[in-house]
Design a protein around this ligand. Structure first.
Ligand SMILES: [Zn+2]
Length: 75
């Protein structure tokens, strides 16, 4: 399985429906995106996931921290 958002292959089963295996939730170890297998293809399929919301793992170290953490105030 491939993460729809960052296309990492490091994806694990997070949880399953308590009854009848009605759905499964997966989580990406690389970008922490999680999705349920019963969601539509624009969420579950990497090729149909909105390109504006895709992430590239090689840029993670360049991303801003939100919210930014200010420097400690001096006494
Ligand atoms: Zn991912």
């Amino acid at each position: 399985m491939i993460c729809p958002r960052c296309e990492s292959k490091s994806v694990n089963l997070l949880t399953k429906a308590p009854k009848d295996d009605a759905w499964e939730v997966y989580i990406c170890d690389t970008c922490t995106f999680s999705w349920r297998n019963t969601e539509s293809e624009h969420i579950t399929n990497p090729e149909k996931y909105n390109p504006d919301f895709k992430l590239r793992p090689e840029t993670f170290t360049q991303l801003d921290q939100i919210p930014p953490i200010p420097n400690l105030k001096g006494k």
